[in-house]
Design a binder for this molecule. Structure first.
Ligand code: ADP
Ligand code: MG
Length: 252
């Protein structure tokens, strides 16, 4: 019996039949773990998430969720049957609905009770009757997270969750999201171009470059014996990008 929540086996994706957006990617995530996938723009991060969610069809390879094959050569399970929750970078809250209505949007039974529990989890009980336009970017992101968690997904997928936020908000929100996800034992995969985001929030990290996995390690092992020069270069690029953001924050 396999205990991994998510498994990718030799997954590849080409859009044009020539170049590969994703090439022979294999990894797995254990229950309750937070995996960050880090890479520059165009490295294939969103493609991985969209393949896991079922929004894209792989060219080759297998995806398993809770041991069940949701995607292989002969069979593709549609997104709504995968029990995967996805939060996008632009929140996509309904502006004309209150916070509570947004969180409960997809719920049918025990709505009030579940919405209450979720608002408590994201520490926004007092904002139940506010509208998205009255919230900060970080609060909006937490509401979007709660709305997705309401559907009780097996895995949570976050696509660049912090990229639209003020740098000052990011550090706090990273910790809040980590805390929320850990509190309920949720498994999460999130993608970012910012190494700082990844180091702060994740348990393990994958470096992606031009559609290929360069390195997959627990966070505490990231800085140990980095010998692969590709990794070293990517690491330097990302670090200097992160450094620039930090400097911008200090100048505020
Ligand atoms: P990232 O999220 O890391 O910025 P993407 O996964 O969006 O990278 O893109 C990886 C590569 O695949 C890029 O070269 C991109 O142009 C290409 N790509 C992504 N989606 C499509 C699509 N729908 N049609 C054609 N090419 C695509
Ligand atoms: Mg992307």
């Amino acid at each position: 019996m396999n205990m991994e929540i998510l498994e990718l086996l030799n997954l590849s994706k080409t859009f044009d039949g020539k170049s590969f957006a994703l090439k022979d990617c294999s990894f797995s995530v254990s229950p309750g773990n937070i995996l960050a996938i880090v890479g520059e723009s165009g490295s294939g991060k969103s493609t991985i998430l969209r393949l896991i969610a079922g929004l894209e069809r792989p060219t080759q390879g297998i995806i398993r969720i809770k041991g069940k094959e949701v995607s292989n050569d002969g069979h593709i399970l549609p997104p709504q049957q995968r029990n995967v929750g996805m939060v996008f970078q632009d929140f996509a809250l309904f502006p004309h609905l209150t916070v509570a209505q947004n969180v409960g949007y997809g719920l049918k039974k025990d709505k009030a009770e579940k919405v209450n529990d979720l608002l408590q989890l994201i520490k926004m009980e007092e904002y139940a009757n506010r509208f998205p336009g009255e919230l900060s970017g970080g609060q909006e992101q937490r509401v979007a997270l709660a709305r997705t968690l309401a559907m009780n997904p097996d895995i949570l997928l976050l696509d660049e969750p912090f990229s639209n936020l003020d740098a000052g908000l990011k550090a706090g929100l990273r910790q809040e999201i980590r805390q929320i996800v850990k509190e309920i034992g949720m498994t999460m995969v999130f993608i970012t171009h910012d190494l700082l985001d990844a180091l702060d929030i994740a348990d393990e990290l994958i470096f992606l470059k031009a559609g290929e996995i360069l390195l997959h390690r627990p966070i505490e092992m990231i800085f140990k014996d980095v010998q692969n020069s590709e990794v070293e270069q990517t690491f330097r690029d990302l670090k200097s990008a992160s450094q620039r953001i930090l400097e911008m924050m200090r100048q505020k």
